[in-house]
Ligand binder design. Structure first.
Ligand code: GUN
Length: 293
């Protein structure tokens, strides 16, 4: 069994971006700039956005963190996004999800210019992804592809089982793994809460992407020996023995499942850091596109 070390690979991706950004600065070219919008005080969202901003500064990107109160109105938020859309210096815009209930996620996502949609959530970005056209891939599935690629994991002709059908992970990774180029060419099965024979389907998988958000859901008796397991789960579980007051659990029972795998991602240190690396790649690409415009 080999660990798919997301921390290591993310570091390598970020190092490469740092060198390329330094080169751009030397050549007098524009430095990538990410604007991150954080609404309210959700602990997990705070942590993710802080990591994104920190990564920008490590690489040498500009970043702007826009903190807004939980009770901001939808129209105020839309105005802010329009401002960021019109700001030439801003290359990428991300609004951390989930949003407060009184704000329409759909409206927010659709307001961000597709050219700045580094989260890859805009319907235009998703449509282009489905059609195999150049676009921004959503960060988590993109990070998973970068990880599979780094470890040169064979995907052609493999059966990939995706558990979960969210817009952020399950649905897009299922499309990306079926595309007609590496890493892809998988036969993909998408499972969800209404799949009756999940265990039997998982047992047929060469690659399992667990993205349903249920701690330690995937057990050893659901996994074929030699399979590749990618754990997207990051649920916070209360834990008074920890300084933070919580521990992070993945969707995979790592201890029981890992001995059966050829490759597996740990939690933390697997998909999480890769998500951020992928977002940085998208931000860099958004900036690069302006050179050519
Ligand atoms: N919330 C959970 N994952 C994500 C993500 O990839 N992007 C944003 N903006 N919010 C999230």
């Amino acid at each position: 069994m080999e660990i798919l070390d997301g921390k290591l690979v993310a570091q390598a991706v970020k190092e490469k971006l740092k060198k390329e950004t330094e080169q751009r600065a030397k050549n007098g070219k524009k430095i990538p700039h990410l604007a991150a919008v954080l609404i309210g005080n959700n602990g997990a969202s705070e942590t993710y956005v802080a990591s994104k901003v920190k990564s920008c500064s490590e690489i040498g990107f500009k970043s702007t963190l826009i903190r807004l109160s939980e009770d901001i109105s939808e129209s105020q938020l839309l105005n802010k996004l329009n401002e960021l859309n019109e700001d030439f210096d801003v290359d990428g815009i991300l609004v951390q999800l989930p949003l407060p209930k009184h704000i329409s996620e759909e409206k927010i996502i659709e307001t961000i210019f597709p050219s700045k949609d580094v989260d890859g959530f805009h319907p235009e970005s998703v449509g282009r992804m489905v059609q195999g056209l150049p676009t921004f891939y959503p960060a988590t599935p993109y990070g998973i592809l970068l990880l599979l690629e780094h470890y040169k994991i064979e995907t052609k002709g493999k059966h990939a089982v995706v558990i979960g059908r969210s817009n952020i992970v399950g649905r897009p990774i299922s499309i990306m793994l079926s595309k007609n180029e590496y890493p892809g060419n998988c036969t993909v099965t998408v499972c969800h809460s209404h799949t009756p024979n999940l265990k039997e389907i998982c047992l047929q998988a060469d690659i399992i992407i667990a993205a349903l958000g249920k701690p330690e859901f995937l057990k050893a008796d659901m996994v074929k020996p030699g399979s590749v397991v990618v754990d997207v789960g990051i649920t916070r579980i209360e834990d008074s023995t920890k300084k933070s007051g919580f521990t992070i659990k993945g969707d995979v029972d790592f201890q029981a499942v890992s001995p059966k795998c050829s490759y597996i991602t740990p939690v933390p240190g697997g998909v999480g850091p890769m998500t951020i690396a992928a977002l940085m790649m998208n931000t860099f690409k958004a900036c690069l596109a302006k050179d050519l415009a």
